[in-house]
Design a protein around this ligand. Structure first.
Ligand code: SAM
Length: 284
């Protein structure tokens, strides 16, 4: 039997994220690198023996050095291989810079990153080595603003918009609502694509069904796809590809070299869904 003192020490030396009220994931702390509260959220960076540096916002894992490539490659490259020639790109959220790093592998003209929290940018510049070169790239523009307000005000049009938001709570709640997607659609060029992270197919199915119902009223093609992400709840993650004119399985271009996860076989397979994710509307 462990003593109370031992239990307390165990908790202090771990970061725990609950995925349901009775289950979750834990990371043993090799080191606590940063812990602070911004105007929007608690920001932590921990170091774990296996995953390396991990960014948590309000106690929820956003990215880790070891498994970031699954999420960021799968958020970005499906849209890029399906669009004929994307030049102007918008990222809403994504302050850790992982999505931007993948976008800049492509020969684009301009990429605008709209992140609400300057402190996320500052902390990630210090601890995640890919962010600074991406921000210093001539093609990058950084805007510190609420993504939903930016979308409502901008008169710019984009070829691809990525919604790399945190889960629907706190400042990102508005990025998961119908009103946001209605405004977003007005910012897309005719062959435009929007891709959003959509949560865990296992733990967040109700939110996926709700999104599916309103997105189908806004876009002709609403295509969910999945990817493994080892540090996210359930280990498998959902994304949604939205477009009126572009179909994800009509591939237009080869992916860049040097990717760790994404290739055209993975692209095809990712859009093949298990039964409980097919025909979501029939279960609502
Ligand atoms: N890959 C991650 C995931 O699925 O958990 C998302 C990572 S990224 C760090 C999420 C970012 O969205 C955070 O830096 C957060 O500050 C930003 N964010 C939250 N709400 C926002 C809003 N309304 N406008 C712009 N950025 C927002």
């Amino acid at each position: 039997m462990s003593t109370k003192k031992e239990n307390r020490e165990a908790v202090l030396s771990e970061e725990r994220e609950y995925h349901s009220q009775s289950s979750g994931i834990f990371f043993k702390l090799k080191r606590l690198l940063h812990r602070d509260r911004s105007d929007y959220q608690k920001i932590e960076v921990i170091e774990n023996e296996y995953f390396g540096r991990i960014l948590l916002l309000d106690g929820l894992v956003q990215t880790s050095e070891r498994d970031e490539f699954f999420y960021h490659e799968m958020l970005v490259h499906p849209a890029f291989v399906s669009h004929p020639s994307p030049q102007n790109i918008l990222v809403i959220g994504g302050g850790d810079g992982g999505a931007l790093k993948e976008i800049l592998r492509w020969p684009i003209k301009h990429s605008c990153l709209v992140e609400i929290d300057q402190q996320v940018i500052d902390v990630c510049q210090e601890y995640f080595p890919w962010l600074l070169p991406s921000l210093e790239d001539d093609r990058t523009e950084l805007v510190i603003a609420d993504g939903s307000e930016f979308i409502a005000k901008t008169d710019k049009k984009f070829d691809v918009v990525f919604i790399d938001s945190s889960d629907p709570a706190g400042p990102s709640a508005c990025l998961h609502e119908r009103d946001f997607y209605e405004k977003l659609k007005r910012c897309l060029n005719p062959e435009g694509i929007a891709v959003s992270q959509a949560g865990s197919p296992f733990y967040h199915l109700d939110s996926i069904k709700k999104k599916d119902a309103f997105l189908k009223k806004l876009f002709k093609n609403v295509c969910f796809y999945t990817s493994p992400v080892p540090t996210y709840p359930g280990g498998s993650w959902c994304f949604v590809f939205l477009s009126d004119e572009v179909q994800p399985l009509k591939i237009k271009r080869n992916p860049p070299r040097g990717l760790k996860y994404f290739n055209l076989d993975i692209h095809q397979a990712a859009f093949s869904l298990p039964n409980f994710l097919k025909n979501l509307g029939s279960h609502v």
